[in-house]
Design a binder for this molecule. Structure first.
Ligand code: NDP
Length: 636
């Protein structure tokens, strides 16, 4: 069915979603597009909840132990009192690539501040078994040419990505002055000295000329708001703080022998659970998977990378691969598909369908139709794959996703579905309702109580809550207003990076910029290059302050709002963090998720021109309170 409610023409090649008589298809015909859409809407409606994002618990107070660092012992140290050129907050990819680009440009005195015991960000925390990048390593791992690293596989595993993070830190000397296991607690602008004062939980006082904020989009774990969650007397942890002391084994794949005699429950079946469940299935005495909504599981087809082939790549290859991936993934045309994965395949299907239609007029309506038809085809394949791989028909039926592939993070895995064929694994499908009750000894679903030794929460991360809540500090700007206050009605910025009232501070992210979700590090590498151009220019012209003007900021936000390009706006989608749990995000939510109207490829071209033309339109550089004219070109 098209977006205006008119039925699309039937596709004679359409196969059913499995053809299984026990399939809980709501009584409709799975070969009929109208019935499929009706099923999508019914499944969505089952899951919509009045409490939306509020259903989740903030991991504070009595739950705070769920975010303790299980990987290092916190060593006491004396507080540091220092002046630095740049304080880089966050040691994940955002901070690492920012630090790297600054060092390349000759900016010294860069101090990286990181809550974890080492760099790596999401790859420091997420050490669950099977953790792996979902985007091809050739484009996902930043600075491969600069560091000379060849990824071992098309989709590399967590330990290699963590090691690559360390490689970047070593290569660029970012460990030298780094403050690890150190949480920023307060950041405030000191107008007299034009410095940011950064305070930490170690009692540090760092005065920084510039500050970069790379605290990550999925930074703060969240827990499901299930009755009795605090009553459970067994063991429990969140996937982003994997307790190998309890499970045995290692992130490198050593078997988790500690689970051999354990009854383990895992709550959640998102991208994280899909990667770790095959390993739990092998290790646990009994494994119970508590499912609210099944993920879509497409083919992974991971392959080792051939060193001989890798040696043939010409200098500059990574930039070409990044550009190629972004063009194809966003529906553009390129001579070849270098990455060849599920992301580019998805976009190519839509594009090719649109091009093949003789009546195609490339109007938004006809492109949407091409998208819907391609998606229908893909989801039929995905549901058929469940039947091919899962033996028990009832389990297979429950594992089939009934929504469009991009409603949730698409997953790719070649062992996940087969896990349910093991005798020690049971899928506890809650038919969209989710787990509602945890007891002292286990989990209760539909009147059945399952005794458990351990509960693992694969319940994801906060999205849509305030930036300051997720980051753990709230910068106080020049006018006595905090960033949270400034963004009370939604994010405002120039290029997603500069915020009026917050001179010399730079947000490293993707919102209000390229908003390329399929390969987040690409956004970060570009942002790092941009911030380096701004900082080197400021230092070069002797500016002690650089800030976006209120007019430039408003104009940028107006341009993005008029374009209306954002993620997660399909009203038929099942709830999740992509669409604000199915609730109207309001203007605030819209502002937080806006991207450049012409898409990521256009944004990257735009920002490259902006940072190299020497004008830095929209920024004001000041020295001793006086504006400095710009006009000198700065190399990117
Ligand atoms: P998600 O938010 O995607 O998944 C949370 C899961 O918990 C969902 O299945 C959700 O169900 C379920 N859930 C919540 N409450 C309940 C409840 N009461 N009862 C039962 N189930 C419940 O978190 P993930 O950690 O899986 O993934 C987060 C993101 O991290 C991904 O989307 C992806 O962007 C990223 N990621 C990236 C990887 C990579 O390779 N680059 C690998 C892994 C993750 P429901 O769907 O119904 O809400």
């Amino acid at each position: 069915m098209s977006d205006d409610g008119a039925p699309t023409r039937p596709d004679p090649t359409d196969r059913d979603g499995g053809g299984d008589p026990t399939d809980r298809d709501g009584g409709g015909d799975p070969t009929d597009r109208d019935d499929v859409l009706a099923r999508y809407l019914a499944e969505r409606d089952k899951r919509l909840r009045a409490d939306g994002n509020e259903q989740y618990l903030e991991v504070t107070g009595r739950l705070a132990h769920y975010v303790d660092d299980p990987y290092v012992e916190r060593a006491e140290r004396d507080p540091v009192d220092r002046e630095v050129n740049v304080a880089v907050v966050g040691g994940g990819f955002a901070g690492l690539v920012t630090g790297a680009r600054l060092r390349e440009a000759g900016v010294d005195d860069v101090c990286l501040i990181e809550k974890g015991g080492d760099v790596g960000g999401t790859w420091y925390w997420n050490r669950y078994p099977g953790a792996q990048c979902d985007t091809a390593a050739m484009v996902y791992l930043p600075l491969l040419e600069e560091t000379g690293h060849m990824p071992s596989e098309k989709y590399t595993h967590g330990p290699e990505i963590l090691e690559h993070s360390r490689r970047i830190a070593r290569r660029y000397g970012l460990y030298d002055d780094a403050l690890l296991s150190t949480e920023v607690t307060d950041v405030r602008w000191e107008a007299d000295s034009s410095r940011w004062l950064v305070s930490t939980d170690r009692g540090d006082a760092i005065r920084a000329r510039f500050i970069t904020l790379g605290t990550g989009p999925l930074h703060r774990p969240k827990l499901p708001g299930i009755d009795g969650i605090e009553d459970f007397a067994g063991h429990s942890f969140h996937t982003s703080r994997w307790d190998y002391h309890y499970t045995g084994g290692t992130p490198d794949g050593e078997p988790m022998t500690g689970l051999a005699d354990k009854r383990v429950g895992i709550i959640g079946t998102g991208a994280t659970a899909v990667q770790c469940i095959p390993h739990l299935a092998e290790a646990c005495g009994e494994l119970y998977v508590f499912q609210r909504t099944p993920s879509s599981i497409d083919i992974r087809n991971n392959q080792p990378i051939d060193p001989e082939w890798f040696d043939t790549l010409e200098p500059g290859w990574q930039r070409r691969w990044l550009e190629n991936f972004t063009i194809l993934q966003t529906g553009g045309i390129a001579e070849e598909d270098l990455v060849k994965d599920g992301w580019t395949d998805l976009a190519k299907r839509i594009r090719d369908r649109a091009l093949a239609d003789p009546n195609q007029d490339f109007s938004p309506e006809s492109l949407l139709r091409a998208y819907h038809e391609s998606d229908d085809e893909k989801m039929v394949e995905i549901r058929a794959r469940v039947d091919e791989l899962v033996g028990d028909p009832e389990t297979a039926a429950a594992l089939k996703p009934w929504y469009r592939q991009l409603c949730k993070r698409p997953c790719f895995h070649d062992a996940y579905l087969q896990s349910y064929n093991r005798p020690n694994v049971e899928l506890i499908d809650t038919d969209g309702r989710g787990v509602r009750r945890i007891t002292e000894t286990g989990i209760e679903v539909d009147g059945r109580h399952i005794e458990l030794d351990c509960i693992i929460y694969a319940s994801g991360f906060e999205v849509g809550t305030d930036w300051a809540r997720r980051s753990g500090f709230d910068p106080l700007g020049r006018d006595g207003e905090t960033l949270n206050e400034r963004w009370d009605d939604g994010m405002v910025s120039l290029h997603g990076m500069h915020v009026h009232g917050f001179p010399n501070a730079f947000v490293i992210g993707f919102s209000q910029a390229a908003n390329l979700i399929s390969n987040v590090p690409h956004n970060l590498v570009e942002a790092a290059t941009t911030v380096t151009a701004v900082i080197t220019h400021a230092l070069g012209v002797g500016a002690d302050e650089v800030e976006t003007t209120a007019e430039a900021e408003s104009a940028w936000v107006a341009r993005l709002e008029a374009g209306g390009r954002r993620f997660g706006n399909d009203p038929t989608c099942t709830p999740g963090y992509y669409n604000n749990e199915g609730q109207d995000p309001g203007r605030k939510g819209l502002l937080n998720s806006l991207g450049f109207p012409d898409g990521p490829v256009a944004f990257f071209a735009f920002i490259d021109e902006w940072r190299t033309n020497g004008r830095f339109d929209g920024l004001e550089f000041r020295a001793a309170g006086r504006t400095i004219e710009t006009g000198t070109a700065v190399a990117s």
